[in-house]
Design a protein around this ligand. Structure first.
Ligand code: ZN
Length: 524
């Protein structure tokens, strides 16, 4: 009896779900016809910003991934190593190397193919073109089009075909359309609709005689599901969410690992020699841990970047509490990290008050209580802004704070939201912008609009008028940029001086109206 391809795949999928991650031969069909199938193994990682291990060395590390890859290749010689995008940015190393360090690592790790993540464009299209030139692996991109040539960006192929023991597989790439606005691709790059592009790709690939189609994507899960439903791809190797996800839609499984190579996905496609189509799929998620040895091939990379890595791993101090450095939190409410930064700015300059715009506080994660390294500090403050001191009237200080909350009802995460020190205020975002502050005290006393105050903040806010704080450009500058310290150095010194920090949210900023539930932006 001959089983329909789709039906056999569904049976295989159901069994795999039952066996929850165990790699077993799940298709009876495949078991009885072993000689008639070719196994092609896809090894998957996505959203890898560091080649060195993460989580204090316990997880990830591309030197360990290479060890695993070589072991797997002994069992399954037809192996392709795939990256589903996001690697050039953001990271502390990329402040210095703009992603070149990752390309070095991928070249050593013997990566075969990558697609563009949204973050590949963070340094602009020219830097990405340069990174592509340095890559020994191929980038595939079907929906990222250079308007000047009408072809995929950087002359990347839309899809590639590989042949193993007489069966062919095709891989095409898809990237989030929102990259246009969330990153810096410039005016000459356009992002086509993923589903429409996928349909065209599958038709073209099938017409060329290749039955097995792999989509290498950097999309949201809902878009991946749509692509699976609308196009007829066999499997989606995806990323972007930083969450371990295994789904299925339109008969095609979708896989996403978390990030930073904490896991390696192994997806075995059992492909019929007679039809060239996928008969069944087996998979497992392999944790990448410190039990796995580094591949010696990586020693040269560690030599090249070792000094920086060592420097970044330098312990600065400790935090006895979790540090909330999530972007969404720092742009809508008082956070303990915001308080610590504003306090440190103020103390370092001897100012009456301190202010930090939430948008300049990065990392976008909760840094767990424990050891703090230089890497942690730079991940929170990566911009190398300077801590300046200005003198301004109470009236102007009020105006600046009004500006800080002027978009708090209209915008889910306004970068201008102020984190403060020496200031306590309440605001009602249901009132018109410009008159939202209800109460305001400076060092325990009501703000005196006629009195002058000194304020510590970044040069970006005070001198460049960043995040719309142009009103501060009229204030008198007491510590100019030339004499000012870097923000990250200021924080590092504050942590080192205290040895153990424990910043708290203490009611410096109270929002009186109820914040409307806003949709979380899906922008990793
Ligand atoms: Zn992403």
């Amino acid at each position: 009896m001959r089983l329909d391809r789709r039906a056999s795949r569904r049976i295989a999928l159901a069994l795999v779900l039952l066996l929850a991650g165990m790699l077993t031969t799940v298709s009876l069909f495949a078991q009885t016809k072993t000689d008639c199938t070719v196994k092609v193994t896809l090894l998957q990682v996505n959203d890898v910003y560091q080649f060195a291990p993460v989580d204090l060395g316990t997880r990830g590390g591309l030197a360990r991934v290479l060890t695993l890859k070589k072991e797997i290749e002994k069992q399954s010689p037809n192996t392709l190593f795939l990256l589903s995008g996001d690697t050039i940015s953001p990271s502390v190393e990329s402040i210095t190397y703009k992603g070149a360090q990752m390309i070095d690592a991928w070249n050593l790790a013997e990566l075969d193919y990558s697609t563009f993540g949204n973050h590949e464009f963070d340094f602009g299209p020219d830097v990405l073109r340069q990174r592509m030139k340095e890559s020994k692996f191929k980038w595939v991109a079907a929906n990222v089009i250079d308007k000047q040539t009408g072809k995929p960006f950087g002359d990347a192929p839309a899809f590639v075909v590989r042949e193993f023991d007489g069966v062919k597989v095709a891989i095409f790439g898809l990237t989030l359309e929102e990259t246009k606005t969330t990153s810096r691709p410039g005016p000459n790059v356009e992002f086509l609709n993923p589903c429409e592009t996928a349909k065209k790709m599958v038709t073209e690939i099938h017409a060329s005689g290749v039955k097995t189609v792999i989509a290498l994507t950097h999309l949201s899960m809902s878009e991946d599901k749509e692509v699976a439903r609308c196009s007829g791809v066999d499997v989606i190797i995806g990323g972007h969410e930083h969450t371990l996800l295994e789904s299925s839609s339109g008969g095609a499984p979708i896989f996403k690992m978390t990030a930073d190579a904490r896991e390696l996905g192994q997806i075995d496609l059992n492909i019929s020699k007679t039809t060239g189509a996928v008969e069944s799929i087996d998979w497992k998620v392999i944790p990448v841990t410190d039990k796995i040895k580094d591949d010696p091939q990586f020693a040269s990379l560690n030599r090249k970047y070792g000094a920086l890595l060592k420097e970044l791993a330098t312990v600065v101090g400790r935090s006895s509490v979790d540090l909330d450095a999530r972007s969404a939190a720092g742009r809508r409410q008082e956070t303990n990290v915001g308080n610590f930064i504003a306090d440190s700015f103020r103390a370092a300059t001897g100012a009456d008050v301190g202010l930090m715009n939430g948008g300049s506080i990065r990392a976008d994660e909760i840094i767990r209580a424990g050891t703090l390294t230089k890497r942690d500090v730079l991940s929170i403050l990566p911009f190398k802004n300077r801590v300046v001191k200005i003198e301004l009237s109470g009236a102007l200080l009020r105006q600046a704070l009004e500006h800080g909350v002027a978009r708090s009802a209209e915008d889910a995460e306004p970068g201008r939201f102020p984190q403060v020190s020496g200031i306590k205020f309440s605001f009602d975002a249901s009132r018109p912008a410009g008159s939202r502050i209800v109460s305001l005290t400076v060092n325990g006393k009501p703000l005196d609009e006629k009195k002058n105050y000194t304020l510590a903040t970044s040069d970006y806010v005070a001198l460049d008028g960043g995040d719309g704080y142009a009103m501060l450009q009229t204030a008198r500058v007491l510590i100019p940029k030339e004499q000012a310290k870097f923000d990250s150095d200021t924080i590092e010194a504050a942590i080192a001086a205290k040895k153990v920090i424990a910043p708290k949210v203490e009611g410096r900023i109270i929002r009186l109206d109820k914040e409307k539930k806003t949709q979380q932006t899906d922008c990793k």
